[in-house]
Design a protein around this ligand. Sequence first.
Ligand SMILES: NC(=O)c1ccc[n+]([C@@H]2O[C@H](COP(=O)([O-])OP(=O)(O)OC[C@H]3O[C@@H](n4cnc5c(N)ncnc54)[C@H](OP(=O)(O)O)[C@@H]3O)[C@@H](O)[C@H]2O)c1
Length: 291
Amino acid sequence: MKILIIGASGLLGKELMKDFSNGNEVCGTYSTRAAEGLIHLDMSQKAEIKDVFGRIKPEAVIIPGSITAVDFSEQNQDLAWRVNVEGIKNVAVLSKKAGAFVLYYSTDYIFDGKAGPYSETDKPNPINFYGRTKLEAERVIQKELKGSFLIIRPCSIYGYEKNGNNFAMQVLTSLKADKNFTSFRDQYGTPTYSEDLSEISLKLFSNKKEGIFNVAGPDFINRVQFSKDIADVFGLDAGLIKEIGSTKGRQLAKRPLRGGFKIDKLKRELGFSTLPLKEGLIKMKEESKKG
Ligand SMILES: NC(=O)c1ccc[n+]([C@@H]2O[C@H](COP(=O)([O-])OP(=O)(O)OC[C@H]3O[C@@H](n4cnc5c(N)ncnc54)[C@H](OP(=O)(O)O)[C@@H]3O)[C@@H](O)[C@H]2O)c1
């Protein structure tokens, strides 16, 4: 099958490239971080999306691609909307025309964080601009693709990335440099290991699952505990982790405090769960040794 992966240069995209390449003809795109074998695609450019679809003629389109920085989205709302909503709409319309199946990645930031962890049927209510764009993109996908889409919702994706900036990498970089790291004690979620998320995505896709699926780790914890578990697994000084409440934080956009996901549907439909945090971190440590 010909598969187009939009955003293959990101944390999750790299894993998807590996997993979906097996038995398929996969083409991945980057936006700003060029990498060997990837082609350029900026989702804010309609003509470029059309050109890529014309060249690749995908039978399936996988979209980990997104502006993901929450505060950046709050400050650059026009751009965030152009990429995360209008870009997705253009991709969805062309996918529909081509008869291609779409796998889109959303987030727990579509919820207000008053009652997490959330199930697939809970009512979204985003409290920041990034969350609004992701929810709107979900709606666009559902409207355009009817029955021919899969929306996967992960939470706090972590994994080893050289020069990467995901939360776990930020903690690691600070602690390794003997610098304090400030974590929020009131922000809860269900951290999701990138390799696990990618492998489960492939299973859902191969099993022709459709609709919305939460795919997140089984541990519902706050950022302080998340940071401490990282220190523990990597043998670093947990004393460098400082606690703070969100009101005293320096985050520009509001964060859902009790986010995260319930994964009963995933367990029911695939018959297994996601990796516990400690196990994911051990795998991440093994990956980090490879450099
Ligand atoms: N990270 C998390 O904690 C988290 C949590 C919940 C949900 N999610 C969702 O999961 C998905 C994957 O997240 P991730 O952490 O792997 O993201 P990431 O590492 O930030 O990667 C984002 C990808 O999107 C691409 N991209 C950015 N702007 C683009 C544009 N204008 N046009 C086309 N592609 C563009 C990036 O390309 P370049 O790097 O080459 O510019 C990169 O390949 C996203 O949809 C995100 O919203 C993430």
